[in-house]
Design a protein around this ligand. Sequence first.
Ligand SMILES: O=C(O)C1=C[C@@H](OP(=O)(O)O)[C@@H](O)[C@H](O)C1
Ligand SMILES: C=C(OP(=O)(O)O)C(=O)O
Length: 434
Amino acid sequence: MKLKTNARALKGTVTVPGDKSISHRSIMFGAIAHGQTRVHHILRAEDITATIQAFQALGVKIEERGDMVCIQGRGFERLRPARKPLNMGNSGTSMRLMSGILAGLPFETSLYGDASLSRRPMDRVAQPLTLMGAEIEGEGERFLPPLKIRGGRLKPINYQLPVASAQVKSALIFAALQTKKGQVSEIVEKELTRNHTEEMLQQFGGRLKISGKRILVPGGQRLEGQEITVPGDISSAAFWIVAALLIPESNIQLKNVGINQTRTGILDVIEAMGGQVEVAERTELSATLKVKYSALKATKISAALIPRLIDELPILALLATQAEGKTVITDAEELRIKETDRIAVVADTLQAMGANVLPTADGMIIKGKTKLHAPKKKISTYGDHRIGMMTAIAALLVSEGEVILEGSQAISTSYPTFFDDMETLLAVDRKDEG
Ligand SMILES: O=C(O)C1=C[C@@H](OP(=O)(O)O)[C@@H](O)[C@H](O)C1
Ligand SMILES: C=C(OP(=O)(O)O)C(=O)O
């Protein structure tokens, strides 16, 4: 598709779609709880559809009613074998979290995904789940999908995570819940990662103990269905935050954005760079973010901050190309095993548009500010939604020539209404032109 270029001010208000991580988990907790769960403002996107269809295949009744989804929970004990292999599409979260649930179920399930997911390592969940007693097959040493999981009686685990991953932590929490009453699993994180599984477990009436990076999960718990409202996804809001910071005279409001502490690393980075983002109308879960065009300076992004903004690193790399000085991102080697190798692909894409981005083993060094120009060739999403959205925002900064994006369909993975929201925020622009 031909991307919009040479944008003038972004103005107005947008409510971003529901949080992807919380949407996945609301389906999963709804399915393993007893009784009905109703989920409001759930994300309508391909990754969530994969999770919904997987549980339907395991015998769970899930109905979509407008912007609400209704789940008739069956408890772990009444989930039944799927007739066919489960298609996890592009979604790492679906495959890894489902593995933790399937590890305790007394039957065999096969899981597969698209070309991108088929390259992503599943050993990080397969190893600890095998220690707990599941039988898991994958391809090669890294357990690439397709996976075969034969679940059974699980033993509790005492496990130090070798990687900072909320997906692995969550899979182990789901598995730990299926050990016997009286047994306790201990999971120790490498770095604090998003804590939605821990929060939602408690919301569904479950118990766990958290002290710093250590989590104790008792087995044999019974969960009860709940009414859930999903806040907007800060990882989706990130694209508009960056666009408004970079385009002169912009002034926008993003309503109902989730501000869970484990997810707001982007706001800390922007503050350090001198960007103007006001957090207003704050409730326990969400806030309105008011963002204005700002002059920016370079910063460092590393260590404990990385898991708090892991999915925002592509769009933050674009932000850094427009900041004065050298931005250094380190400790982000996890980016290499996302939907694409996001270190390589971000560097290639931004370089093709004239930015000074040097990929390193575990991050990037970005020198700003550089004027972006149209790339000489068509540019690709490489099948990665976040790369597609980053490219679409970068194109807004290009003043001459065309930017053609191939594979824009990938954006539906997490944000099918992305271009509609872009239209809304650029509406003032269009009126001027007309
Ligand atoms: O638990 C989750 O919902 C997610 C965790 C992160 O992955 P890792 O656990 O692999 O870091 C993140 O990148 C992904 O988009 C969603
Ligand atoms: C990495 C992502 O998702 P997943 O791991 O679920 O594919 C993402 O949304 O950027």
